[in-house]
Design a protein around this ligand. Sequence first.
Ligand SMILES: [Zn+2]
Length: 455
Amino acid sequence: MMKKLFTALLSLSVACAHAQNADSVTIRKIYNEALANGKSYEWLRHLTKQVGPRLSGSEGAQKAVDWTKQVMEQQGFDRVFLQDVMVPHWVRGAKEEAFIHNGKQKVTVPIAALGGSVATAPKGVEAGVIEVKSFPELRAMSPDKVKGKIVFFNRPMDPTKINTFEAYGGAVEQRANGATEAAKLGAVGAIVRSMTNVHDDYPHVGGMRYATGVPLIPTAAISTNGADLLSKSLAENPNLTFYFKQNCESLPDAKSYNVVGEIKGSEKPDEIIVVGGHLDSWDLAEGAHDDGAGCVQSIEVLRILKTLGIKPKRTIRAVMFMNEENGLRGGVQYADLAKKNNEKHIAAVESDNGGFTPRGFGIVGTPAQREKVTPWKPLLAPYGLTDIGAGGGGADIGPLAQLGTVLFGFKPDSQRYFDYHHTMVDRFETVSQRELELGAASMASLIYLLDQYGL
Ligand SMILES: [Zn+2]
């Protein structure tokens, strides 16, 4: 009896070792292909330099849809298709103007309207400034003090956080909801310190939203150097005024698309695994790290599988989601269609944290689902993928969670992401070919394992 059991256990562990060995050979091939013959970098060059900025509803966004569809068709994937989605169409208009008016002197500072903001009056707005570091600090003020003023939200991202996304999370409410908080007390404008740890002259833009029932006041990001100057000037002269003028506008919703490429599963075609990024970018950015990188890496995952002759058991889809930046309509639409069409999505992987050196994956799923990933860790560790565990998935794949899909967020090194985030310096030149390709290989390896073993 014992001997039988022992023999059974031994053959089981031999079988496991064989599987592990075969998997490690395949993963090695995936990395070889990505690093020796990778296509993601040249695709990213095209998407950033030839297509360029691609905010939802813009001509650039439409070009990006057409081009990524064409690229996936050229790769000969089994199916390439579009999903219609109506998206917000916000436009910046003429470049903003702003200055600190200190007695007789006017000092120009760089600002940019936040996405979704209303314009100022055509002649701009000029008012005294109330600087605050937090919403509680603002709420404690008497409305008399704030009424007719511009509120200046100046809490920096916490530089002591090792993961910069945590620091971002700790500051970004100022950008998202600052205008509403300021308007509640009668302010006429809101200026928000850029979300970055670096001291630079670029306004880092991003989305904001208005609460219903609160006046819509114009809001803009100011560069960190500009914010420091404004804060210093206020300390010297609390009665200075700030002027800004912006010309943005929300047009009627526009028709756009998610772009999907697919390799059909050979054994379980009804089980779908998604790998994706978002195709839209901010209007001032080429959107290299955010999120051209995630898009080209996702297409590269399918290309690598196909080129290596790996026939997935399950259906693998590369999805270019539209409108992550100012609406998430593409991600919501994708999940709605999956539900409507009764599609079974077992897992989704998103790359939307930049094209930097891979570190691991954050997983959104039950403890039992996370446990299934444990045996894969030794296969991924040799490639620097050691940070694998509970964590964020991604905004676009988030809506799939309600269908029971297990979500994986690709985690590259986070130290430089916010140097470029949502600015004109998020451009192709800041992306390392090698780091981008390592990311594509990391995602392809995870997709391979998800396909082999399910969840
Ligand atoms: Zn993004």
